[in-house]
Each structure stands twice: as C-alpha cells, then as structure tokens.
Design a protein around this ligand. Structure first.
Ligand SMILES: Cc1ncc(COP(=O)(O)O)c(C=O)c1O
Length: 394
C-alpha cells in the first residue's frame, strides 16, 4: 500500500512511458474488475480484530487506495522508488523541507524560482531557522559558490525555471550538491516526467505541482514528491503523515486520470509551442522570445541533452514596455488571462503583476515587459491569430 514503483513489477521500467502512465500503480479491482481505480471516499477502514489491517489501510491521512494508485504511478513515471501525493505543490515542498532539514541548516534556491516557492523559503522556512541563498541555476559555478559546506542540506533547482525558462544542468548540479554532502531536489513541473527524468540524471528528489501538466486539465490542485532512496522515502512518509497535507481521494483520482494522457498532451503542447515561438519571433511588437528550443537560448545545449522536447511554456518581452505587455494580456481571447499553466487550454499572464508579484523588489524580480504563455492544445492557427490580435495596437 505504499506508493512504490515496484508494486506492479510487470509495469516496471522496461515498459514504455505511455504503458506505465496507463497501467502502472493499479490492477483492475479484484472484486468488481473495475479497470479504473475507484475513488475511495473513506476516512477510516474496518480492522479484522485489533491491528488486523486490510492491505495496511488504517486511516486516510496515512494512506488511501486512490492516493496509493497515484503515488505508485508517479513513481513509475519518474523512475523512482516511491511517490507521495499532496494537497498542492507547496504542501509537497514544505513537507520535503521539514523532512530533510532542521533549524540552522541552509539551502541553495534558484534566483528565479516560482514566486510561491521563494515566498515559502523566505517567509516560512527562514523564520523557522532554515537559511537560503539564491543562485542562478544555469551557472554551475554560482551554485557551487552559494554552498555552505557542512550546512547546506539541499540544492533546489527548477529547470526550466518559471517564468524565465533558465536551464539547470541536472547532472552537473547533482555532482556539485553531492560533493558538498547535499541532496539535489529538482522541480520538474515545467517539463513533466514525459520530457525530463531528473532521477536518472542524478537528482535525489523530484517535486511537482501536479496542478500543472500532470493533472493537465486545470481542474485540480495537487503536488507530488518522487524519490529514489528508501531512507529519504521513510523520512518523507513520516512527515507526510505527521503534517497531513495529503491529496484527498477525489483530487488523487483526477490527477491520475490526467496522467494517463500526459504523453499525448505534452506532444501537442510542444507542437503548438514551437509554432507560437516561430510566430512571435517574426512579430514586430516582440523584442525577445524566450524558449529553450531556440538555438540562441543560453540553455539550449543542456536542454537538448536532458529534455526530449522543450515544453509548452513560452515567455516573451514586449518591445513597447510594461503597459503594452499588460494590455496584450488583456486583449487575448483564446488565450485566457489567468495564473497557472500546464492545462489543455492556453493561458496568458503578466508575471510581474500576477504569479511573481510576491517577488517584486527582491533579487527574484522579473522584467516588467515580460509575458508568459502556457500554450494549450487548441488548433494552432487559432492561437496564432489570437496572439496577433493581442499584440496589434489600434
Ligand atoms: C514550478 C512550480 N513549482 C511549484 C508550484 C507550486 O505549486 P501549487 O500551486 O500546486 O502549490 C508552482 C505553481 O505555480 C510552479 O509553477
């Protein structure tokens, strides 16, 4: 009943990603044959005599079969030993930091992390006693220089980063972290396990906001951790149960349903993003397109090594400045003006005033003329026409 990838060995790593996404983590229900895991809407479980647990289930904060199916599927997709599902990405992050660190410890964080992640470090973990140093994840030497040997427990990397799409070299950063006795944590939200597998490149823990591509339909908030080391897994399991910020069975079910189609969705996200990048690159209102798939992107070579494709997020800067960027966001119609990303529908946002407003005035502030797109899976021509309308003045 753990979220272990070895629970269904027939769907272990030798099968293809799509097969694992659809079959790993769950066997058709022995009683009814239900091919999809039921939503186990129960808080507690009948015991066969005191301590006689059926399948290890005792209380749904500790474990719930719908959540177990999701956790095992996540582990199988990331190539990890165990997965853990949480109520949100930030709940997963907080639980992980509590499990790995103690007051007096130190972590290195990306200098352009997702704003909510940075707020967690600065406003929640720091007052608790966990120090942090922001460093550019695309600069291995800067990350090395930010380490405090003996004190740094975690090097935290997002790659690609949100919203500037910087690329961290996972293999190199794992080496740097391990030399200093720290663990490498990779937030794989933007790439998803379909495009990038950090554990295979040396990372110790993968973090997801499953709210994004894993869930994929903008209908559920969730988070996940996947680990390859069973000792780390035990610490996380203890803290997951002790803190209690778990995914409920309805949310776990929605996320699991989303994961089954991750591969086909990601391919279409990438196809559409490539068309959007080409279109924006030739548009006079755009001063810069930021996408790791572009050869001029400084992280292109590393991204090509560690990602199978470059993802569905495209950022760009508007030549006429902040107000023009804000206005373009307001004029889009097919692209919905909204926070979040990774769903089937295209979204547009102004990071400086929306997702990253919490880091304005800090080292993590993003350019004011920046627009971030989460390119969805609609008809590509409709997306291009919408961007053209949004960027046309008058
Ligand atoms: C890269 C990244 N990590 C973590 C999070 C936090 O996840 P959640 O919003 O599910 O708490 C987000 C949310 O936008 C994100 O973009």
């Amino acid at each position: 009943m753990t979220g272990s990838s070895s629970e269904h060995p027939e769907y272990a790593e030798k099968t293809g990603f799509e097969t694992r996404a659809i079959h790993a983590g769950y066997e058709p229900d022995p009683t009814t044959g239900a091919v999809i895991p039921p939503i186990f809407a129960t808080s507690t479980y009948k015991q066969d005599g005191v301590g006689g647990l059926r399948g290890g289930y005792e209380y749904s904060r500790s474990a719930n079969p719908t959540r177990t199916a999701l956790e095992a599927t996540l582990a199988a997709l990331e190539g990890g030993e165990r997965g853990f599902a949480f109520a949100s990405g930030l709940a997963a992050e907080h639980t992980l930091l509590q499990a790995l660190c103690a007051p007096g410890d130190h972590v290195v964080v990306p200098d352009d992390a997702y704003g909510g992640t940075y707020r967690l470090f600065a406003k929640v973990e720091q007052p608790w006693g966990l120090a942090h140093t922001p460093a550019r994840v695309s600069d291995v030497d800067a990350v090395r220089a930010a380490l405090r040997p003996g004190q740094t427990r975690v090097v935290w990397v997002e790659t690609p980063t949100n919203p500037l799409l910087n690329i961290g070299d996972i293999e190199a950063l794992a080496g740097v972290a391990h030399e200093a006795g720290a663990l490498l944590v990779v937030d794989n939200t933007f790439a998803s396990p379909y495009l990038q597998q950090p554990l295979g490149l040396g990372a110790d823990v993968v973090v997801h906001s499953t709210t994004k591509y894993c869930g994929g339909h903008s209908d559920v908030v969730g988070g996940a951790l996947v680990v390859r080391d069973l000792e780390v897994a035990e610490r996380i399991a203890f803290h997951q149960n002790s803190i209690g910020a778990v995914a409920g069975p309805f949310d776990a079910w929605l996320t699991l349903r989303g994961l089954k189609t991750l591969a086909v969705r990601m391919d279409r996200h990438c196809d559409n993003a490539e068309k959007v990048v080409e279109f924006l690159g030739g548009h006079p209102a755009v001063s810069q397109v930021i996408y790791p798939g572009l050869e001029e992107h400084p992280g292109h070579a590393v991204a090509s090594r560690q990602m199978s494709r470059y993802g569905g997020i495209v950022s760009f800067r508007v030549a006429a400045g902040e107000q023009a960027a804000v206005d373009a966001c307001g004029r889009a119609r097919v692209f919905t003006l909204a926070e979040s990303l990774g769903g089937i529908e295209s979204l547009i946002e102004h990071p400086g005033r929306m997702t990253h407003a919490s880091v304005v005035g800090t080292e993590l502030e993003v350019p004011a003329d920046l627009v971030r797109l989460s390119v969805g899976i609609e008809t590509a021509e409709d997306l291009l026409a919408d961007l053209d309308r949004a960027l046309s003045v008058g």
